[in-house]
Design a protein around this ligand. Sequence first.
Ligand code: FAD
Length: 417
Amino acid sequence: MANRYSLWSLLKNGLKHNESWQPAWRSPQAKPRYDVIIVGGGGHGLATAYYLAKNHGVKNVAVLEKGYLGGGNTARNTTIVRSNYLWDEAAQLYEHAMKLWEGLSLDLNFNVMFSQRGVMNLGHTLQDMRDIERRVNANNLNGIDGVVLSPKEIQDIVPLMDISAKTRYPVMGASYQPRGGVARHDAVAWGFARGASELGVDIIEQCEVIDMIIEDGRIKGVKTTKGDIFADRVGCVAAGNSTPLAKMAGVRLPLESHPLQAFVSESMKPCLDTVVMSNAVHGYVSQSDKGELVIGAGIDSYLGYGQRGSPHVIEHTAAAIIELFPSFSRVRMNRQWGGIVDVAPDACPIISKTKVKGLYFNCGWGTGGFKATPGSGYVFAHTIANDEAHPLNKAFALDRFNTGHLIDEHGAAGVAH
Ligand SMILES: Cc1cc2nc3c(=O)[nH]c(=O)nc-3n(C[C@H](O)[C@H](O)[C@H](O)COP(=O)(O)OP(=O)(O)OC[C@H]3O[C@@H](n4cnc5c(N)ncnc54)[C@H](O)[C@@H]3O)c2cc1C
């Protein structure tokens, strides 16, 4: 790697007043033709391009991004990474991603700040606890780490939480995945962009795909704001914008696009060193390396493409967090934002070929796709390179909405991103 980051390069560049660093990725003009075009320069699109070049030797690839890298959900999410999904298909897909996370900074030579500080899902009713026990057992059978915690064990890990019996929703226990945690979201986009660019992938920003070029049921290329670009294979990874993109090709996706919000507080001394989620009070919180509380909840219920949400959702979420952590009521909130998430009826992704030959979609990750970023790129690259699903994403094809083989992960998704 020409631009390898190391202690030595840090020293060398420091001595040269940091004026000799190379740009992390190239910004070339688009060529008229590529072997593969990836639409969407979020984490998933960039990871797809990286693994196409690295694992399959397909290097004549362009990633087309309508804005800037990571301007979509990739750098708008709350960065929770876990793999404790209920059903075998989902558990194996997310666990594969988890294993890639564990070696990602080394693989990319870029610190994605993956921090395995554990993820806790609280139970507040007997039924919650039954569901938690069922999920932890299913996870363990799939080789995924997870334990059920008692209120006392929760308190040992999170002393600030109110676990007293006088709360509106008393905490009865939790599931805990110690290998879960958080990562730095924009670093994930930058790391994959740098790795892909180094392998020869062209990353074209400010280049919106406005139509598809299709002849005799085969994709031939795309029309963009920078002109027509041709390729025999096109992979779309556009999250909340997947439906309009599919419409250009006459493909209907079973997706709804909803706003999802998050907000962060002022920076504070370390006080919370794990991720805490509760479906019942409807909120979750972690503390970033900068010291901010990172807070989120469920989707806004209306459909739309504006990257913002409604104030009452923020109010409701803040109330939920204060219910769990009364001392946070005195913390000032700093900023809020929204992203557009693409929700599928079974709360599982779609990684699939389509009725148009050479056109593939990777979408439907809804509120929980960040954790899958490396795994999603890995299996989608395989699907595009071989025109055939990887064994891990076979069950996530579009035809499951015709056959009825849905993978219902609503229990593991929703508020729990
Ligand atoms: C507030 C919030 C919190 C979340 N929290 C979590 C979490 O804690 N854990 C978790 O696992 N997941 C979380 N998610 C979900 C996660 O962010 C997404 O599932 C994931 O980032 C999707 O990645 P992506 O690369 O597919 O999408 P994106 O990063 O959105 O990338 C898609 C890209 O496609 C581009 N694009 C769209 N249309 C076109 C076009 N026509 N031409 C060219 N480019 C186009 C967009 O500009 C965008 O950059 C959260 C999401 C939000 C909004």
